[in-house]
Design a protein around this ligand. Structure first.
Ligand SMILES: [Zn+2]
Length: 310
């Protein structure tokens, strides 16, 4: 918890005694404070997503104290970092939340401010895990999908919030209209409301395209938990080959039980973490999240002044 004057600020988790809870984005591992918070600080889009996916009703907006400011994190639609200006101490701190340095198709580009201290997410802490250029991964997804559609159904398993919309945008560029699950379509509607163009079909939106698409070979985009059952169901129902794929940064580190895996990440890798620190000019880094010890140690190895947040 961060204490500034009368304010106690929690960062993406529930903490006893906090009187402001910052929720950087709507992924489920960051929203534990959202339900019970008396004063939640989040972007309007994050609040819309919390309502659409988790049925968390937004509270009345009581404004943001002057010393706090939200800036874009580049992770998923509506994701924010928080800038904390402690005027009494004369210091400026930024908590990144989940962030990404490469611009994705379906969310705002990251903003980086000069700061004294960065509280940095530690999802990818390994110096030897390096994400490829996004355009190359996108080309590979488009090429493989096009090829496999010639003789079967293509099914992507992915996160329903963020990655699914990114995949749909990548496929749309090649004129492919994917069929999506109920959860993905619910998220899509929030993206569309925020001006992100997504073309897709869904059984849950009275969509004529849905029935037309199912007559030929088609692409499905569903959450990871549905992938295996959906593969079996579709191959029995249509008596066709069903090719499966995942799109996740973890494709760089582990083997998935699919025909192919694409390392499409909405997080920063270790190199991007260093780029972020260098750009911000920060002298101190506090690492945050479950890999904080490893990220801090690896940053110290590279000459940064880093330690785990506590
Ligand atoms: Zn996230």
């Amino acid at each position: 918890m961060i204490q500034i004057g009368e304010y106690s600020l929690s960062l993406d988790r529930r903490e006893n005694g906090s009187n402001i809870d910052f929720v950087s984005h709507a992924h489920s591992d960051h929203i534990s404070a959202a339900k019970s918070s008396k004063r939640m600080l989040a972007s309007g889009t994050t609040k819309d997503l919390l309502l659409a996916i988790n049925e968390i009703e937004p509270q009345q907006d009581v404004g943001t104290p002057d010393f706090l400011k939200m800036i874009n994190a580049g992770h998923i639609l509506g994701s924010k970092q928080i800038v904390i200006n402690d005027e009494n101490a004369g210091t400026k701190m930024v908590y990144t939340g989940d962030f990404q340095m490469q611009k994705s198709r379906t969310c705002e580009k990251i903003e980086i401010e000069n700061a004294d201290t960065i509280i940095m997410d530690s999802t990818y802490y390994q110096p030897d895990v390096t994400f490829d250029d996004r355009a190359e991964v996108e080309d590979a997804i488009q090429y493989w999908t096009d090829l496999k559609l010639n003789d079967g159904i293509v099914l992507f398993g992915t996160y329903a919030l963020g990655k699914a919309q990114e995949l749909i945008a990548i496929l749309n560029e090649k004129g492919i209209l994917p069929v999506v699950s109920k959860k993905v379509s619910r998220v899509n509607r929030i993206y569309q409301k925020n001006g992100v163009k997504l073309d897709y079909a869904s059984a849950y939106e009275n969509n004529d395209d849905y029935h037309k698409l199912l007559k030929g070979n088609f692409v499905g985009v569903v959450e990871n938990s549905l992938l295996n059952n959906m593969k079996i169901t579709l191959s029995e129902l249509y008596n066709k080959k069903v090719y499966t794929a995942v799109a996740t940064g973890f494709a760089k580190m582990m083997k998935f039980n699919t025909d192919i895996q694409f390392p499409l990440s909405d997080h920063a890798d270790f190199k991007q973490c260093m780029d972020y620190i260098d750009t911000s000019g920060a002298k101190n880094v506090l690492t945050y999240g479950s890999n904080r010890l490893d990220l801090a140690a690896n940053l110290v190895d590279k000459g940064y002044n880093a330690m785990p947040y506590s």
